[in-house]
Each structure stands twice: as structure tokens, then as C-alpha cells.
Design a protein around this ligand. Structure first.
Ligand SMILES: Cc1cc2nc3c(=O)[nH]c(=O)nc-3n(C[C@H](O)[C@H](O)[C@H](O)COP(=O)(O)O)c2cc1C
Ligand code: SF4
Length: 413
């Protein structure tokens, strides 16, 4: 087992006494919020190299600068804690363990942008506890906690913005991006809750401290959700750049032989067993054919059929389509059908494999949001990582696990 010598930053409360930090505990741990001018805050975030933790990894300082520069109306700040990805529980864990770090991050960016409206968006059912913590504070910009439906695409930023503007929780075609025109037409900064908590640490402890761990292109720590064939699935905090194998070890290690790991959530990509020492960073995972995305690692046991499990996941994603873009609405069910034919090694499987190659090209980059791209990426990676199984399935010889039920949650929210 790999030992990681490292003190949690965001989840320090859990590490020391397994408890949630209320306001008093938070202040005792971190001290009061520093008073920083907008320029000083953005300069610190820039020097720290903070990248968004909501999946895309976009530089946070650049987003802040864009909203600060473009505003003709007072901007709105939205902390995205909706966590629509079924494999991820990191944002819920953070809001449970250290809600005041998130609220500090909101207060800091609201002040820096001159915002008068700040919203913390969470899943339906998750608002009450965090509202108690909000009520304990005296923030200059009061934080409104809003519940967003728990569907996969409802947590995409344009869907959150449309919902908070009184519309349906569905992605909208862009541009304009929320940073230009968001909630009720106001420029809107949407940041993931972990991003804002990391920002609050940077404001207090500075960029040099932040860069003491992580990698040069992804400094700091990551909250990672583990699942599947590991002893203790859950959320762990690790330095960015930690190898996948070491994170699985932190989750108690594999329960049985693991053949592949799904990284980046359901719209992520499989990593074969030879790639298990890949570092958790955007660059290293991309080079290994996968993605960091929302950091999640799902270990697939050797007894399961990777093609069948991928078919279940793509079927789930196709059911989560908002149904408003043709390639997504019609393309994803067709991709799921082809994958199912291959997984079940039906007579149609070879023809389905040919169709699949064409269909994946037709759904990629054709939706208003990245859901179809994620489904296509997941499918492509399965065809690559489980190539030996694919050959057998196309010859009408499915592997033993072909009929297996889903190993990962596929219940619609
Ligand atoms: C289908 C889909 C689902 C998403 N779900 C989430 C989510 O649950 N939480 C989140 O913070 N970002 C999610 N995102 C990314 C957001 O659109 C947005 O990029 C992010 O909140 C920006 O925050 P960051 O810059 O701090 O990463 C999703 C994107 C897509 C395409
Ligand atoms: S790509 Fe799919 S999920 Fe995204 S907005 Fe279009 S129909 Fe909805």
C-alpha cells in the first residue's frame, strides 16, 4: 500500500475529529477572513495557479478578471454545489465538513466583483444544513441557498443560471456565456464550491503555501471520490498529481483484482490496468487517454464486463439528455443500443460496431452542453481499453460478466 504523507487542507476537520466545522471551529482553525482589495485577491489566485474544480479545469483568475472587466451591471456570484455527477460526492462532503470555507470563498469573490447577489446552489434536499451555517454569519453580501433539481445536466452552469433566472434547469446554447450575460441578464460568475473553498485558503495562506503541494500545472489538493471495487469507497483529499493506485489505496485498496478504472465520472474515460500509476492531473490523464474531469475513480473488478458496464452508463447518460439538441436526443440512445448489442454479443454486434464508429463522430461537439461529448469519450475509451473483449463479443463469445447488472449507480435523479 502506498503511504501519502500529507495533511488535508479542505477536509482538515474530518481528519482531526471527524466533525463538521461550525463557524466557531472554522474561525479557530483558519482565523478571520483577510481583507483584500479586488486586485490583490485576483493576483493571489493567479499566482497560486488555481484551476476550477468543477470539471473543466479553467484558470479561476482568468474567469474572475473576465467578469470584473466586462461588467456594466452588478455581477452575480453562483457557487455550484449541485454535483449532478452520480459518481461524485466531493462537493457534498466539502459542504458537510467545511461549509464556511465555501462561504468565505463566496464572500471574497462577491467583494472583489462588487456583487450584491450571491447564491449557493445545491441539490434538492441539501439546503437546510448549509442554511443554518449561512445564518450564523454576518456576510456583507448575504448568501441565498437555492435547491436545483438533481439531474445530471441541471448542474451544468448554463442550466443552473437558467433555473435561477426562473426557467427550466436545462443547458442553454451559448454564447453568451454566464460571465457575459447570466442570471436575469447580469454577468454571472459560476464557480464550483471546491474552487471557492480553495480560493478562501489561498486568500489566507498565500500562493506559495498553496503551491507547496500538487503539480506545477495543477497546484494544490483535489477532493476525489472513489467507488467500485475498493474497500472503503468515499471522498479523500490528496495532492494533485497523486497516482491513481495510491488514491485507491487510500480508499482501503482494491477488494479484488481490478482490470480498469473509470476516471472523470460517467462522461470520463477508462484507464486500463497498465495505466494505474497515472498521476491525477489534467495533463497526465489526457496523455493516458483519459480525463481528470470531476475527480472520481471507479474501480472495475476483473470479473465484470467493461463493455456491459459501459453500455449501462451510456444508457444512463442518454436518459439524462435534456432532449433539446438532435444529435444528443437521437444519437445517444442509438449509441447505447449499439453498445448493448455489442455487450450482449448479438448477431447484429459486428454491424453495431461499424455504426458506432460513425455515430460517435456525429454526436461529438454537437450539443449545447458537453453531455454527448462525455458519452462519446466514455464509449471510445471502452472500445480501446476492452479491445480484447470487443473482439470476443464480435465473434459471438461474450465474456462471463456480460449479463451483469450495473455496478455503478444508474438511477435517474
Ligand atoms: C453535463 C455537465 C454537468 C456538470 N455538472 C457540474 C456540477 O455538478 N458541479 C460543477 O461545479 N460543475 C459542473 N459542470 C461544469 C459547470 O458547467 C461549470 O463549468 C463549473 O461549475 C465551473 O466551475 P469551476 O470553474 O470552478 O470549475 C458540469 C458540466 C456539464 C457539461
Ligand atoms: S447536448 Fe444533450 S443534454 Fe446537453 S443541452 Fe443538448 S440535449 Fe440537453
Amino acid at each position: 500500500m502506498t503511504a501519502i504523507a500529507f495533511r488535508p487542507r479542505l477536509l482538515a476537520g474530518w481528519a482531526t475529529d471527524a466533525s463538521r466545522d461550525d463557524l466557531a471551529a472554522h474561525l479557530a482553525r483558519h482565523g478571520p477572513l483577510p481583507r483584500l482589495t479586488p486586485d490583490a485577491l485576483i493576483a493571489r489566485v493567479d499566482a497560486a495557479g488555481l484551476r476550477g474544480r468543477g470539471g473543466g479545469g479553467f484558470p479561476t483568475a482568468a474567469k474572475l478578471r473576465a467578469v470584473a472587466a466586462g461588467r456594466r451591471r452588478r455581477p452575480v456570484v453562483v457557487a455550484n454545489g449541485c454535483e449532478g455527477e452520480p459518481a461524485s460526492h466531493k462537493d457534498a462532503a466539502l459542504l458537510d465538513c467545511a461549509p464556511h470555507l465555501v462561504l468565505d470563498g463566496i464572500a471574497l469573490v462577491a467583494h472583489a466583483l462588487g456583487a450584491t447577489t450571491a447564491i449557493l446552489a445545491v441539490h434538492v434536499g441539501a439546503a437546510d444544513r448549509v442554511r443554518e451555517e449561512v445564518a450564523a454569519r454576518r456576510d456583507r453580501v448575504p448568501v441565498r441557498v437555492e435547491e436545483v433539481p438533481g439531474r445530471y445536466v441541471a448542474s451544468e452552469e448554463t442550466a443552473v443560471v437558467q433555473y435561477l433566472s426562473g426557467g427550466p434547469a436545462l443547458p442553454t446554447t451559448s454564447p453568451p456565456r454566464p460571465g457575459e450575460r447570466g442570471i436575469r441578464g447580469a454577468p454571472t460568475l459560476v464557480d464550483n464550491v471546491e474552487t471557492l473553498a480553495q480560493l478562501a485558503l489561498i486568500a489566507r495562506y498565500g500562493p506559495a503555501w498553496f503551491r507547496e503541494t500538487g503539480t506545477p500545472d495543477l497546484p494544490g489538493t483535489l477532493l476525489v471520490t472513489t467507488g467500485g471495487a475498493v474497500q472503503a469507497p468515499g471522498v479523500v483529499e490528496v495532492p494533485a498529481g497523486t497516482p491513481v493506485r495510491a488514491v485507491l489505496d487510500l480508499a482501503g485498496g482494491p477488494t479484488e483484482l481490478v482490470q480498469a478504472v473509470l476516471s472523470g465520472g460517467y462522461g470520463g474515460a477508462w484507464l486500463g490496468a497498465p495505466a494505474i500509476d497515472t498521476a491525477l492531473s489534467h495533463t497526465a490523464l489526457r496523455e493516458a487517454g483519459s480525463v481528470l474531469g470531476v475527480p472520481t475513480l471507479l474501480a472495475l473488478p476483473a470479473r465484470a464486463c467493461g463493455l456491459t458496464q459501459t453500455a449501462h452508463l451510456v444508457r444512463y447518460l442518454s436518459g439524462e439528455s435534456a432532449g433539446q439538441c438532435g444529435p444528443c436526443r437521437f444519437g445517444l440512445p442509438a449509441v447505447a443500443d449499439d453498445l448493448t448489442a455489442i455487450a450482449c454479443a448479438t448477431r447484429d454486434a459486428p454491424a453495431a460496431a461499424d455504426r458506432l464508429a460513425r455515430r460517435l463522430g456525429l454526436v461529438t461537439a454537437r450539443g449545447a452542453c458537453a453531455l454527448p461529448d462525455g458519452a462519446a469519450r466514455l464509449t471510445r475509451s471502452a472500445l480501446h481499453v476492452f479491445a480484447a473483449d470487443l473482439r470476443d463479443h464480435l465473434r459471438g463469445r461474450p465474456c462471463g460478466g456480460a449479463a451483469a447488472a450495473p455496478l455503478f449507480p444508474v438511477v435517474h435523479g
